[in-house]
Design a protein. Structure first.
Lengths: 329, 190
């Protein structure tokens, strides 16, 4: 194989893998809470040489207590076992050399057991549409010779969450909720740099929910207007790549630290005290890629530390993900 | 090229819309019109304006609590039922009530209805572990979900539903907790 071409492909592959990991960290599924609304998919990012990609991932989210509004970790009631499973189906397509778009639709199963019994409900979650612009390419993955070799890849773009799930405003019980019920528009930024065999990535996202009218909870109520608080998230990840045997099959390990914040919601323009939330998480990903990079398989673990101060007003969960993707050239 | 891609996206979106069905359209195109059902005064039910169904439940200390008896106690002006599953949102609501509402309305009985407990003991454990022992709430163990069915019309509950019942047994509020609406409902109790 031509080494120049190999290098270029390697860099783009590494960048894509890293961006994928970063995008996963922004998954709205991290907000999922079958008792509190949630369900959602992540954005997909295409490697440079792919024209399209299809991706399937399966999440298992296990709830284990929550942080109250003061950040104090509180265990779940004894005998409860709350779980959410999600099958995320994603499709990404390149629009041009620099532009790409994707859609991810989750299907959600809530399985919540209490001492009184088990509730099950399934349904589609909230859909995510992404548009990405590859503003800068990282083309120097092997050695730093001068300052320009420090140039990272920069990917930016908006995403739109569409409330296709079952929300708390659909007259359904809490255990049946698979979405949040609001449109949200995000701006996303991912910066990454590879220096073989290491890579680092920083991701930033800021989103605003659209205000909506509400006239129904369990029953119809006196209508009001509600807007969830602006949401911000950031993550930092470091990856290491190694090759399997003498071929080009690659294994990438990634460790990450992420932070999510949501400001207080408003109702009829008035702030709802203590309705904001925060969640910090650490994560690890092992990703396999075939020699031609067409196939990818990954296992992801997102973990929250069940101690005071690692969250606020939000469930503490562990999320285990298995995913597979195939890229079309 | 772009138009072809847009067709893919539209197709995916339409598929997701069709697949979702259910109440999805409520969220895609939410309505702000008032669709509360008109209720006939004097009928029994869980809608605002109806007569609150009576019930008897055990609290977490094993004492029986009957709604009608509680409302006729001397000096009592009404009762609040708060449906809890001890989740983060429930904690926010209950904390808000504990700090600002309960002290302001000493003549109102505040009941936290645990609708996901199987025994009085499990409700007691939840009350203790979440720090609501001695909070001003009387925690009721709705072990058979009978009160849940009476006040939400379903066997699976929605957390945070807050019901205000006046001294004459009329429902004044029945919706997810909102501090200002609860305050208004309690202030207007006769």
């Amino acid at each position: 194989m031509n080494m120049g071409l190999f290098n270029a492909r390697f860099v783009t592959f590494m960048t894509a893998a890293l961006l994928w990991g970063a995008a996963c960290l922004f998954s709205p599924s991290a907000w999922a809470g079958s008792c509190c609304g949630g369900g959602g998919g992540a954005g997909l990012l295409l490697p440079k040489f792919s024209q399209a990609m299809i991706d399937f991932s399966f999440d298992f989210e296990k709830y284990d207590g929550f942080w109250n509004q003061e950040g104090k970790y509180t265990p779940d009631p004894a005998g409860s076992d709350l779980r959410q499973y999600r099958l995320n189906t994603g499709y990404a397509r390149r629009l041009s050399k620099k532009w790409q778009t994707s859609v991810v639709v989750p299907y959600v199963w809530n399985v919540n057991a209490y001492t009184s019994g088990t509730h099950r409900k399934e349904g589609i979650g909230d859909t995510t549409l992404n548009l990405w612009y590859e503003a800068l390419d990282d083309t120097t993955a092997w050695k730093i010779h001068d300052l320009k070799d420090l140039k990272p890849s920069v990917t930016i773009g908006p995403s739109l969450v569409i409330p296709t799930g079952i929300s708390p405003y659909d007259g359904m019980p809490s255990d049946d909720v698979t979405g949040r019920g609001f449109y949200r528009l995000d701006g996303n930024l991912i910066i990454s740099k590879t220096l073989h065999p290491w890579s680092a990535s920083f991701s930033l996202s800021y989103g605003s929910y659209l205000e909506r009218p509400v006239n129904r909870e369990v029953d119809y109520v006196t209508p009001y207007r509600k807007k969830l608080g602006d949401r911000s998230s950031a993550s930092l990840s470091v990856s290491y790549i190694t090759y399997l045997g003498s071929g080009g099959d690659a294994l990438t390990g990634t460790a990450s630290l992420s932070e999510l914040r949501e400001a207080d919601a408003t109702r009829d323009g008035n702030r709802i005290d203590n309705s904001g939330l925060k969640k910090d998480a650490i994560g690890g990903t092992i990703a396999y890629s075939s020699t031609d990079h067409d196939w990818g398989v990954r296992a992801v673990w997102s973990h929250t530390v069940k101690q005071d101060g690692w969250g606020m007003n939000f469930p503490a969960t562990d999320i285990y993900t298995l995913g597979v993707n195939y890229g079309f050239r | 090229m772009v138009s072809v891609n847009m067709r893919w996206l539209l197709l995916a979106l339409i598929c997701s819309v069709v697949a979702g069905c259910g109440g999805m359209m409520n969220d895609l195109n939410p309505s702000g019109s008032d669709k509360q059902a008109a209720v006939e005064a004097g009928t029994l039910g869980y809608h605002v304006g109806q007569i609150a169904p009576d019930f008897t439940l055990s609290d977490t200390l094993g004492t029986s609590v009957t709604l009608s008896s509680a409302l006729t106690e001397t000096g009592v002006t009404g009762a609040v039922l708060y449906f809890t599953m001890w989740c983060p949102a429930c904690d926010v609501d209950m904390s808000s009530m504990r700090s600002s509402i309960i002290p302001a309305f000493p003549n109102v009985r505040f009941y936290a209805v645990d609708y996901e407990c199987s025994t009085v003991e499990s409700a007691r454990n939840s009350e203790m572990s979440t720090g609501y022992d001695g909070s001003g709430f009387t925690v009721l163990a709705d072990t058979d979900k009978n009160v849940l069915k009476l006040y939400q019309g379903q066997i699976k509950g929605t957390m945070g539903i807050t019901v205000v019942i006046d001294k004459t047994g009329i429902i004044r509020m029945n919706e997810v907790y909102k501090n200002d609406r609860l305050t208004t409902a309690l202030t207007s109790l006769p």
